[in-house]
Design a protein around this ligand. Structure first.
Ligand SMILES: NC(=O)c1ccc[n+]([C@@H]2O[C@H](COP(=O)([O-])OP(=O)(O)OC[C@H]3O[C@@H](n4cnc5c(N)ncnc54)[C@H](OP(=O)(O)O)[C@@H]3O)[C@@H](O)[C@H]2O)c1
Length: 328
């Protein structure tokens, strides 16, 4: 099969297209023919090897995994002898988690991994686009903010992967949503259901005089110290990006004060929880509450171009690799 590989950290041109061995499913694995996979900010970080902290996951000197890619959709083409929940021909979507490997024509996933049958009515690319950011946004809003109907939430970074998912999930929970993004993305964020939008290039939400029950900084560009003044009593500030400040504040505010700061690491959750979230996503997508926003589709051979687009800061939605399977 063909796969996008890399052997050293660097700019997008370190990526190659290679013929590699198609993986063999173990007894509890399914082999999936991939039709679409996301290229995310995390893929770009893992490829570049910067910030250096990222190499804790990918290897200090050179990358351990040769193929990037986590979230994908495709068709089951073989199953191990002990697999009971999936069968050849199932259309599935999944997150390979730390194993990566989805920027390829085929991948093996354990049947009890983050794997589920696709929502009906969407094609492979659309399914991958609705999955973009969900496995982060959902645990932040549901498990950490306990977001409820009628609450006011501000989502900063609302045009990014995590932010776009957060806007739609917050609407599903019945919250009133204010999305913060740059000028060019205001329409995109409105189209996903935000009730209000704030252009961060023109206005600082911490100085606008409005207050919220939840502030979710999906981009990690604000701080709890500045945002606490716009939190209602009992309010929660969430950040996706670790810093010494938020780590300390999250420990401190658990014990003292009536406003909480929270940092979570959603990638480290058990795969059984992620699989449950995929099934939840299927339900709300089939109910018409998640809308795919696709910026661009690139063949495997143009993976470097896809990485450049992700790094450009201009994308309006998900960047995808789409695989052609001749004769299939
Ligand atoms: N803690 C966790 O478990 C976890 C899990 C996944 C991801 N993350 C982290 O979450 C962050 C976001 O990930 P992502 O995939 O959503 O990235 P992304 O798709 O690249 O989106 C980042 C967004 O940040 C926005 N932004 C830049 N400067 C801003 C500012 N000053 N104010 C408000 N927004 C600003 C950009 O908005 P415009 O496009 O409008 O300029 C962009 O859309 C990354 O740092 C990632 O490492 C954490």
């Amino acid at each position: 099969m063909r796969a996008v590989t890399y052997y050293k950290y660097g700019a997008p041109d370190v990526l190659r297209i290679e013929e590699v061995q198609t993986p063999d499913p173990g007894d509890k694995d399914v082999l999936v023919r991939i039709h679409a996979a996301l290229v995310t900010a995390t893929d770009a970080t893992f490829r570049a090897g910067t910030p250096f902290l990222a190499r804790m996951f990918t290897g200090p000197i050179k990358p351990k995994a040769k193929t990037l890619g986590g979230e994908f959709a495709g068709e089951v083409v073989a199953v191990g002898k002990d697999v009971t929940r999936f069968t050849v021909g199932d259309q599935v979507f999944a997150d390979t988690g730390p194993a990566l490997g989805a920027h390829a024509e085929y991948v093996c996933v354990p049947e009890d991994g983050a794997l589920a049958v696709m929502p009906a009515g969407l094609d492979y690319a659309q399914v991958v686009a609705v999955l973009d950011g969900v496995l982060t946004a959902l645990p932040f809003l549901r498990d950490n903010a306990h977001l409820r109907e009628g609450q006011e939430i501000l989502i900063s970074g609302a045009a990014g992967s995590v932010g776009r998912a957060a806007v739609q999930i917050a609407k599903h929970f019945g919250a009133r949503v204010t999305g913060v993004c740059s000028t060019a993305k205001l329409e995109l964020v409105k189209s996903l259901g935000a009730d209000e939008v704030v252009d961060y290039t023109k206005e600082d939400f911490t100085r606008a005089g409005r207050t919220y029950d939840v502030v979710f900084d999906a981009a990690g560009k604000s701080s709890f110290s500045r945002s606490r003044r716009v939190l209602n009593s009992g309010g929660v500030y969430l950040s996706t990006v670790p810093s010494p400040g938020i780590l300390l504040q999250s420990f401190w505010t658990r014990k003292f004060g009536d406003k909480r700061a929270v940092i979570a690491f959603t990638g480290l959750r058990p795969t059984t929880d992620k699989a449950e979230d995929l099934r939840f996503l299927t339900q709300i997508t089939e109910a018409g509450q998640m809308r795919p926003a696709i910026d661009g589709r690139y063949p495997l051979a143009e993976a470097a171009e896809a990485h450049r687009r992700v790094e450009s800061g201009r994308r309006q939605g998900s960047v995808l690799l789409t695989m052609e399977h001749n004769g299939n």
